[in-house]
Design a protein around this ligand. Structure first.
Ligand SMILES: *[C@@H]1O[C@H](CO)[C@@H](O)[C@H](O)[C@H]1NC(C)=O
Ligand SMILES: *[C@@H]1O[C@H](CO)[C@@H](O)[C@H](O)[C@H]1NC(C)=O
Ligand SMILES: *[C@@H]1O[C@H](CO)[C@@H](O)[C@H](O)[C@H]1NC(C)=O
Ligand SMILES: *[C@@H]1O[C@H](CO)[C@@H](O)[C@H](O)[C@H]1NC(C)=O
Ligand SMILES: *[C@@H]1O[C@H](CO)[C@@H](O)[C@H](O)[C@H]1NC(C)=O
Length: 429
């Protein structure tokens, strides 16, 4: 695909959605409340159900009934078709949107039905997420948290450099960007009283900056996905805010790991950006020379991605967002393909629409720390905002906005849009 390809739809230079992106999402409008599949182009959405019904997506190999696949309220059916079909569909959409193609460009009647302003649309979860797994794959994040919990000398657990550590999360509480969440309440202890818990709203509500990836084609129970084939099974990526209640987590996590401190809500960005759109941003990741991973995790190509990741907070009494984190997906130690190979190495079956997240992506500088736990060093350092606000953890009314983008050498940006949510007061005391 040509990096100079242009669309007849006007796309601002700073837009996350040029014709080179073509992400997939599910939307509805006030005029048509039925959720259906679309792609983002500039500030608009191209309704893939409408153009499929008009026959514009006929003849794509593997996509036998485009009007049915894109008339669904989830992407699961499309995800199940496999990467060659995702790739051919993306190429066909690029052709339809390109400046030199009159087919849609000059069909006013179809255009008026097929293009919708993003500002007028409501985004939905892009898939029915059967299962959700959250990894813990940033060495810097694991080290920072390890230092806080166990001290500098054994910050990383002995398994960490051998295994992409993860836990099974909760799919039911994954919500789409723009959904506000109530502060959770739960059992906590205090440093003064370490054995007798009390019940109260969390006082240490945090965000975690993560990237999520969707399984497209899965694997049958008992049969693993090889690391070299893993990218053929991954449909694409989203941004993830893994909201975390640090005080609930600290008391409950022994010995089985995260539970109610995590499963009260996880926010994702609505547009799934395909691996094909991200291909040009592949770079080599952190060295895995010492120790070398076991054979089933060994990769011999660049599988990290150079994608800038930001977190901005709008304090409750403020009208502007201020950036608190600037990180990058390339810092992540275990790649998404290693995560998938590891997840299935015991024969665990993945299904279309399953979602995995990377874990908090922190980098080497304190500016790149992907959580308030790290930025405030467990509440011991205040984060100052230009307008006079200070935070250690989130307060009621605070809004968190995450974004991710990569700049091509050809000038355009491939981005994820935003992953946003507001903290509402706790409903329980
Ligand atoms: C964080 O601080 C709390 C006190 O507010 C303490 O109980 C807890 O052990 C600390 N956690 C870590 C990881 O340092
Ligand atoms: C710890 O807190 C519980 C619940 O508030 C209280 O009943 C108990 O007396 C406290 N224990 C100590 C040693 O302070
Ligand atoms: C980050 O590190 C710099 C240099 O060590 C320091 O001046 C700054 O206060 C730190 N910022 C935070 C938020 O910890
Ligand atoms: C918001 O609250 C902070 C802290 O109390 C204060 O410094 C700041 O001036 C307030 N901002 C506005 C716009 O009221
Ligand atoms: C979230 O951040 C992105 C990137 O800075 C920005 O384009 C977007 O407008 C922000 N969202 C809101 C609601 O401010």
């Amino acid at each position: 695909m040509s990096p100079t390809l242009e669309s007849f739809v006007t796309v601002a230079p700073e837009s996350h959605f040029p014709i080179q992106n073509i992400p997939f999402g599910v939307f509805s409008t006030a005029q048509n409340e039925t959720p259906r599949v679309g792609t983002a182009i500039g500030d608009l959405i191209l309704d893939l159900h409408v153009i499929a019904q008009a026959g514009l997506l006929d003849g794509i190999e593997g996509l036998n009934n485009p009007a049915s696949v894109f008339g669904q309220s989830t992407l699961n059916d499309f995800m199940a078709l496999g990467r060659p079909t995702w790739r051919a569909t993306r190429a066909a959409i690029q052709k339809i949107l390109s400046k030199d193609n009159a087919q849609l460009r000059d069909n006013q009647e179809l255009l008026s039905k097929a293009l919708v302003k993003q500002a007028d649309a409501r985004m939905h979860l892009p898939a029915k997420i059967g299962d959700y797994t959250d990894f813990y794959c940033s060495r810097e994040h694991a080290t920072n948290v390890g230092i806080m919990f166990r001290g500098k000398d054994n910050a990383l657990q002995p398994n960490w450099l051998h295994i992409p550590v993860g836990y099974h999360g909760r799919a039911s509480s994954i919500v789409v960007s723009g959904t506000d969440l109530h502060r959770p309440a739960g059992q906590r202890i205090t440093p003064q009283n370490k054995t007798e818990p009390f019940f109260a709203p969390s006082a240490k509500l945090d965000y975690e900056l993560e990237v999520g990836w969707f399984v497209g084609t899965g694997n049958p129970l008992g049969k693993r996905i090889e690391v070299a084939d893993a990218s053929e099974h991954i449909f694409g990526m989203v941004l993830v805010n893994d909201w975390s209640a640090r005080d609930i987590q600290a008391w409950e996590y022994v010995p089985l790991g995260p539970f109610l401190g995590k499963n009260f809500g996880t926010t994702i960005s609505p547009w799934i950006v395909t691996l094909d759109a991200l291909e040009e941003f592949r770079v080599s990741g952190p060295s895995q020379a010492s120790p070398e991973p076991l054979a089933y995790l060994k990769e011999n190509k660049d599988t990290a991605y150079n994608i800038d990741l930001e977190v901005q907070i709008k304090p409750s009494n403020s009208s502007t967002y201020e950036r608190v984190t600037l990180s990058n997906l390339k810092y992540m130690y275990w790649s998404v393909t290693q995560q998938l190979a590891h997840h299935t190495v015991n024969g665990c079956n993945m299904q279309p629409g399953d979602m995995c997240a990377t874990g908090t992506i922190s980098g080497p500088d304190n500016e790149s720390f992907g959580s308030l736990l790290e930025l405030s060093w467990n509440g011991t350092k205040k984060i100052s905002f230009k307008d006079g606000n200070e935070r250690t953890f989130l307060e009621d009314g605070d809004e968190v906005n995450m974004t991710g983008y990569a700049k091509s050498s050809a000038g355009y940006i491939i981005g994820f849009g935003d992953c946003r949510g507001k903290v509402l007061p706790c409903l329980y005391q």
